[in-house]
Write a protein that binds this ligand. Structure first.
Ligand SMILES: Cc1cc2nc3c(=O)[nH]c(=O)nc-3n(C[C@H](O)[C@H](O)[C@H](O)COP(=O)(O)O)c2cc1C
Length: 189
């Protein structure tokens, strides 16, 4: 297969985000033939309101992210868990993307990685994100799963390096398996 292009969406907006650190490490852990880059940001998306969409259409920043998802062979969500679920900003972004005509997550291979300072590493959020992806007809990748619990003990907050070797190995394995998943089931719209 030709080069596999994956875009990542970081669910945390804070500068020193552990999830962003994990996202930044991915290009160095990807198998040969898989390129990984960050998707356009959602930080300036307005709160979803159908009246707004009816009056002004899809905002340009939403369209930009939707186009990047459509053009990619796969999407990786790198996100924390907020209050046992999907962070509000990310959920708002998904809600906007879901209302773009010919919504781009349909048929799209999607993988999930989460890092939290809690011990479960975002497991509860992942159930909710998987449910949203089911409604959007995304092809959500199964195993291996990435839950980075107690993130501050596994990631060096100063350098951004993932210091826990097992975590690095799990991510490498997930990316290799995700590449195979994309080759088998993927396909751009
Ligand atoms: C609003 C809010 C809710 C949170 N809820 C959870 C939670 O449900 N489970 C959990 O493990 N950590 C929770 N945390 C702690 C996060 O795991 C921690 O702040 C983590 O570093 C956030 O990810 P980031 O470093 O990528 O920003 C919460 C943090 C915030 C700010």
């Amino acid at each position: 297969m030709a080069e596999i292009n994956v875009v990542c969406i970081c669910g945390s907006l804070r500068k020193a985000s552990y999830n962003r650190m994990v996202m930044n490490a991915l290009p160095g852990l990807a198998p040969a033939g898989m390129s990984i880059k960050e998707a356009p940001p959602f930080a300036d998306f307005p709160l979803y309101n159908m009246d707004l969409q009816d009056a002004s259409g899809v905002p340009p920043s939403v369209q930009k992210l939707a186009d990047a998802i459509r053009a990619a062979d796969g999407v990786i969500f790198n996100t924390p868990e907020y209050n046992f679920s999907i962070p509000g900003g990310l959920k708002n972004a998904i809600d906007w993307i879901s209302r773009v005509p010919n919504q781009p997550l349909a048929g799209k291979p999607v993988a999930i990685q989460s890092a939290t300072n809690g011990p479960l590493g975002g497991g509860r959020m992942q159930y909710d994100l998987r449910r949203a992806m089911i409604f959007l007809d995304a092809l959500t990748f199964g195993k291996p799963e990435i839950f980075i619990g107690n993130a501050s003990t596994r990631i060096d907050a100063k350098t951004g390096e993932i210091t826990d070797k097992q975590t690095v190995e799990f991510i490498r394995q997930q990316l290799a398996a995700f590449a195979k998943f994309i080759e088998r089931y993927g396909g751009k719209q």
